[in-house]
Design a protein. Structure first.
Length: 422
């Protein structure tokens, strides 16, 4: 399908897949219908997960009276929290649970769904230096880590990126392959690529049966598909609950056709697709050419032109992804510029934490175009209806001096009226 066709059909797909008829019934205390009641339907939260990483929030980045948290809360309902092993537990037996508990409390107060980012990965940020030399012993440590971390946050973290970047886990061709020579890589080689990736899903499932478990990768090609095909149990059932797709675009924006094609190919697994790590940049290197995402450049600065380009591309990307019925979540990788790899890939300026055009553009979609605030009057049967985005609502009915408000979760498949008693 051509890009123009994909974009032309986006609004219709969003209407079909992300909204449904919401019927409100207003009655008196005897259950009799009340005509000509005024009904206000106010959305309070999306069902779809619009997220951002919160790796640095409260650790120096949020230096201006909570402004970063405020901007996050105004845009997102989904938080990706950092659990890379070597960073989370740099000293054996001293994991940073206190810091994580603070973030989880803040998210819980705002009904933000949380995702644990990277339980098992073999990059040096997730392969502690204190692990033993014996690969068999490292495997035991990995098993224990998965069991402890998932059970400890049971009921508080809804999704886990359980195994990260297993497709090319030994980085034979990677420019950064020196970062993959630690103990976890040795354990992975000891067990074998697929067996090692498989082993953690039953452990995590036992630790928290209700958690959503993800495989995640920067590769979105046939090799990743082949790995996903092998992540099944003895009966051939998938071990994972969702497929994670990284979409870092430091080097070049994917465009509409590639984004749609990736969604279409991975939709065949019949599991929700999570775009777990999305990055689009708003600057160029000192030579005026785009820099590959694996490199840093101290002169890589945001520009006005770049910010316009970033905002335009992000809005298009989000529209395509949100319109595809197989997707469930999209997460921006960094809230503030220059956080990850020193890239100008944030939603906020680094200097004063003000929103960039990309933030404003996404806010206009997520909390504007894709958000339902509506009013209607009940008919002779005491009912009114409207098309509404799936999510949480506060529904208020008024008639004369009487008024009442009810909370309601509007989701696909629920067709019964929301009753408000006056």
């Amino acid at each position: 399908m051509k890009a123009e066709e994909i974009l032309a059909g986006a609004n219709d797909r969003i209407r079909r897949h992300r909204t449904g008829e919401l019927v409100v019934e207003v009655v008196d205390e005897r259950g009799d219908p009340l005509p000509q009641a005024q009904v206000e339907v106010r959305q309070t939260r999306h069902e779809y997960l619009f997220g951002c990483h919160l790796f640095r929030l409260g650790s120096g980045t949020d230096r201006d009276g909570g402004i970063c948290r405020r901007h996050f809360a105004e845009l997102c309902n989904y938080a990706s929290l950092g659990f890379a092993w070597a960073r989370f537990e740099p000293e054996r037996g001293k994991p940073k649970h206190e810091r994580m508990n603070e973030l989880l409390e803040w998210c819980g107060e705002r009904k933000v769904v949380c995702q644990g980012h990277l339980v098992m990965w073999n990059h040096d940020v997730s392969s502690p230096s204190w692990l033993p030399d014996d690969p068999a012993e490292v495997v035991k440590e990995c098993d224990a880590r998965v069991s402890d971390i998932v059970s400890r946050y049971r009921g508080r973290i809804r999704y886990w990126i359980l195994v990260n970047e297993a497709t090319d886990c030994f980085r034979v061709e990677s420019v950064d392959k020196a970062a993959y020579r630690g103990a976890v890589t040795r354990a992975w080689k000891h067990e074998g690529k697929v067996p090692f990736a498989r082993r953690f899903f039953p452990i995590a499932r036992k630790a928290d049966p209700a958690a959503g478990l993800l495989i995640n990768d920067y590769r979105v090609d046939r090799r990743y598909e082949e790995l996903v095909e092998q992540l099944v149990d003895g009966r051939g059932w998938p071990l994972y609950d969702a497929v994670g797709l990284q979409s870092h675009m430091h080097y070049r924006y994917w465009g509409v056709r590639k984004t749609w094609e990736v969604c279409e190919r991975f939709a065949r697994f019949n599991k929700p697709l999570h775009f777990t790590e999305n990055t689009q940049i708003s600057g160029r290197g000192r030579k005026g050419t785009e820099i590959q995402w694996t490199h840093r450049d101290p002169n890589w600065k945001t520009t006005k032109i770049g910010e316009v380009r970033q905002a335009t591309a992000a809005a298009e990307l989000y529209t395509v992804i949100f319109s595809h019925p197989a997707t469930q979540a999209i997460t921006w990788f960094d809230l503030v510029d220059y956080g990850w790899l020193g890239a100008p890939g944030g939603l906020l300026h680094a200097e004063d934490l003000s929103p960039k055009p990309v933030y404003e553009k996404l806010h206009g979609l997520i909390k504007g175009e894709w958000w339902t605030n509506a009013a209607a009057e009940t008919n002779g049967r005491g009912r009114c209806s409207m098309r509404a985005f799936y999510g949480d609502y506060a529904i208020t009915a008024r008639r004369g001096a009487a008024a009442a408000t009810v909370d309601h979760r509007h989701t696909k498949g629920k067709t019964e009226p929301v009753r408000v008693v006056l």
